[in-house]
Design a protein around this ligand. Structure first.
Ligand code: BGC
Length: 811
């Protein structure tokens, strides 16, 4: 491969050429402290919240791309280079970056010196470790100078960029040997500081950026590195940095290792100071003490690998296709965990200041990781539900630091409430823990309004039925899942946000997508009520679901496919009658998932229409024909050039909905073809076109109407991760957690002969072999549990601790 390859054994993607078609990145950290790191060591770290607790500065949308990071420089007799190629960009004799599970190693070699840095965030610790190993591969003694560099962000990443009249005068540091402390604003309202440490004596340091780099120089050739001499500068205002200088002598064949540590500390109000103006370093010293030797660091790395081994042992696939195995077993699960941690807040495309945790996003993300960390999934569900309003509506997002909802990116998205039913039922099916329904959960973060979590689900359900339009379909509100279908917005002013503006009221725009969503999760709600003995509520809710099915069949069907919506004026959206945007993917996905009109062939017809109008070489586009003009009554969707984003881009998040629809009508070959088209491991060969990482999904791939169809954008933070994982594992491979056991219902290509899945579920292990010598798409001829044939397709819950052999013969 041109840029790298998968090393499945080590669960790594190995990059062999630093000039990837876009920075290919990784995430470090699993709980509170996180870092983003590119294949050339660009990126930044933050504590919990990428907006409010940013540790180091990063320059988005810069030239050249990917500017700012944790950089190392080596001055070897005047030749200057960086192990990750950037920022110096001296051509390296060898380069290799290995992105692994929560760690990245970057290795460069030049003139016989090899420098390898392993970056990771240890479990349960608020720091990033950079383990540096320098090796002299030549046959003569060498003396080199090693410089480190990070540039501090003044905590609030937004303010850091905007408020320069203040910021240039606030920076403060403290210097103590090999530890450089950043304490801007600590003396007033902050109780936190950061530090950068190395476990060796230093020959010099710098903490002032301009002294280190030189006002008219660049990151690539800082003054100090070029001259080989630190200036021991102390920052007062301007831009504080932290840089160490270590002079290293290496005999032929010798290696030396150093531990650099970027740490974050919070102190109690009465514990802030050691003496007047001198910060209390007790916690910093304790953190340093945890990781100040290579042995301690290696142990922490080992613990991290055990952590991941356990997480990935819950679902693993052994099929005839390596590309599929590596997605299911490693990368797709890994991406799901990252989306759990970040929602849509911080990637190389999300600047970490715009969006916190999305209500709908976080609920959906949960279906991708609930099997791995059910306790944290439970906590997340409760956090999300706590921001819900009493009428079932929701803030569209909350900040992770405060866990309080805010309407910075709008509210009144009428699909939001329903996703809470998805996440909660997924959690209970996985764990059997019905007690979550009894937990008291506030509304709008107000404890005095707390009710049981079940009441939150009820509020979600009735939020839809209390907000129906003239066709008995759900009112769309600000928008549904498609943030850009803004049917109540009518914006003429480029300074208005499509998501927060409502310029006209009194209309009754309705969403057929929410209608389908309601039928799917409304049925789940009914089932949950029955399971918990709420018969009357179940009967009552079922009537609403039945009514919705009727309303869709009557008012949501266009003849060959499901309509998308009714606009403000009651006109059809997504109909043969429209000039552009005749058909949309979302309602085809949700109404087939809800099996609306299955008995009358509606599902099959709709899916055939998807194939005919929306499918293309690189995936299924969102709508067709693409909008070529701004349609004021539709909003943002028609602002994008044809083929991008919500205007006929391949918005990967929604492709799985159609794939699930295909499995429900038994078309395993078609389902698989769609799955493969957007699955990153199959796109590695076309990296020059695809651009983003071949190990994670991107939010969008340019559609057939774009100028470069197949070009992807916005990788990593997308609901695509969870939905594809859910679809491949539960609907194609067909191993589904349910209240009463593991349901087995594969829907695969006819050509697959067999595969095996090992699944841990409710404390027992299920080793499942699927035999498809009959060459069918679906249908179970025989299912044996530990040698005994059972009639049902649900393998009953086995005793915790047992290992169970499940043999499934398709036919
Ligand atoms: C948002 C999702 C939304 C999708 C489609 C994403 O950027 O995070 O909430 O459903 O776009 O508009």
């Amino acid at each position: 491969m041109k840029y790298g390859f998968f090393d499945d054994e080590r669960k790594e993607y190995v990059i062999t050429n630093p000039q990837t078609p876009f920075p290919w990145i990784n995430y470090l950290g699993n709980e509170d402290f996180f870092s983003l790191i590119s294949n050339t060591a660009g990126g930044y770290s933050f504590y919990k919240d990428a907006k409010f607790r940013r540790l180091n500065r990063y320059r988005y949308n810069n030239v050249p791309i990917d500017n700012g990071g944790r950089y190392f420089y080596i001055n070897d007799g005047g030749t200057i280079w960086s192990p990750g190629w950037k920022p110096v960009k001296t051509e390296l004799d060898k380069y290799e970056c290995r992105h692994g599970l929560s760690y990245t190693s970057v290795k460069g070699e030049k003139n016989g010196i090899e420098a390898e840095v392993v970056f990771f965030v240890p479990l349960n610790s608020w720091c990033e470790i950079q383990k540096m190993k320098l090796t002299n591969k030549g046959n003569k003694t060498k003396k080199v100078k090693l410089f480190s560099l990070i540039e501090w962000c003044l905590w609030n990443a937004e303010d850091d960029q905007n408020n320069l009249q203040r910021n240039l005068s606030t920076g403060e540091v403290e210097i103590h040997g090999s530890t450089l402390y950043h304490k801007t604003e600590y003396k007033e309202r902050r109780n936190h500081y950061a530090f950068y440490y190395v476990n060796a004596p230093v020959q010099g340091y710098d903490t002032d950026r301009e002294s280190f780099i030189g006002l008219y120089n660049e990151f690539s050739h800082p003054d100090v590195v070029v001259t080989g001499k630190s200036k021991n500068s102390e920052a007062h205002g301007w831009s504080p940095i932290a840089s160490h200088c270590i002079e290293v002598e290496l005999q032929a064949g010798e290696s030396k290792e150093y531990v650099f540590l970027l740490g974050y500390v919070e102190n109690e109000e009465d514990q802030k100071w050691e003496s007047k103006g001198v910060i209390n370093k007790t916690k910093a010293k304790a953190l340093i003490n945890k990781f100040d030797t290579t042995d301690k660091v290696n142990q922490a790395l080992h613990e991290l690998s055990i952590y991941w081994k356990n997480l990935l042992s819950i679902y693993s696939l052994d099929s005839e296709d390596k590309k599929l195995d590596r997605m299911v077993n490693i990368w797709n699960q890994y991406q799901c965990m990252v989306t759990f941690n970040m929602s849509r807040s911080a990637s190389f495309f999300e600047v970490g200041i715009g969006r916190g945790m999305g209500f709908r996003d976080s609920n959906q993300d949960l279906i991708g990781f609930v099997h791995q960390i059910p306790e944290r999934a439970r906590e997340r569900i409760i956090d999300i539900a706590s921001t819900q309003f009493e009428d079932g509506g929701a803030y569209h997002q909350y900040q992770p630091l405060t866990k309080r909802g805010n309407d910075a990116v709008g509210g009144n998205f009428n699909d939001d409430p329903l996703w809470l039913i998805l996440s909660t039922t997924a959690y209970i099916k996985e764990t059997g823990d019905f007690s979550i329904l009894e937990e008291m959960v506030p509304f709008d973060n107000d404890e005095s309004l707390a009710k049981t979590h079940f009441e939150h689900l009820k509020a979600s359900f009735y939020h839809v039925t209390n907000n129906l339009g003239p066709h008995q379909l759900p009112l769309i509100g600000r928008a549904d899942w498609n943030d850009c279908l803004n049917l109540n917005c009518f914006s003429k002013d480029p300074n208005e946000s499509f998501q927060t503006t409502e310029n006209q009221t009194g209309g009754s725009a309705e969403s057929v997508m929410i209608a389908g969503l309601f039928v799917v999760y409304g049925r789940d709600y009914v089932e949950l009520c029955r399971k918990t003995g709420k018969k009357n509520e179940a009967d009552e809710a079922q009537k609403h679901v039945d009514n919705m099915v009727k309303a869709i069949k009557k008012n949501g069907w266009d003849g060959e496919w499901y309509l998308r919506a009714y606009d403000f004026f009651g006109k059809k959206v997504g109909s043969q009658k429209n000039e552009e945007g005749k058909i949309f993917i979302e309602s085809q996905g949700w109404c087939t998932m809800a099996e609306i009109g299955m008995e009358d062939g509606m599902c099959e017809k709709a899916l055939n229409s998807v194939k005919e109008h929306l499918d293309c070489e690189y995936g299924i586009v969102l709508n067709n024909p693409a909008f070529t003009e701004y349609v004021i009554e539709y909003g943002e969707i028609s602002t994008y050039p044809a083929g991008y984003k919500e205007n006929a881009g391949i918005f990967c998040h929604n492709n799985p909905w159609v794939i699930i629809g295909e499995t429900l009508i038994g078309r395993g070959d078609q389902a698989w073809e769609y799955f493969r088209k957007i699955c990153p491991s199959y796109l590695e060969e076309i990296s020059d076109l695809h651009k983003t990482e071949p190990y994670v999904y991107a939010q969008m791939i340019a559609g057939k109407d774009a100028s470069r169809p197949g070009e992807a954008k916005n990788s990593w933070l997308s609901g695509t991760a969870a939905w594809n994982y859910y679809t491949i594992t539960q609907y194609i491979l067909g191993i589904k957690p349910s209240y009463d056991g593991l349901e087995i219902s594969p829907c695969i290509p006819k050509s697959w002969k067999s595969y095996r899945v090992s699944r841990k579920f409710r404390g027992a292990l299920y080793e499942i072999s699927i035999d498809n010598s009959a060459g069918v798409n679906c249908g179970i001829k025989e299912l044996k549990v530990n040698g005994e044939i059972i009639k049902s397709h649900i393998v009953p819950i086995q005793k915790a601790g047992t290992i169970n052999k499940i043999i499934v013969v398709l036919g």
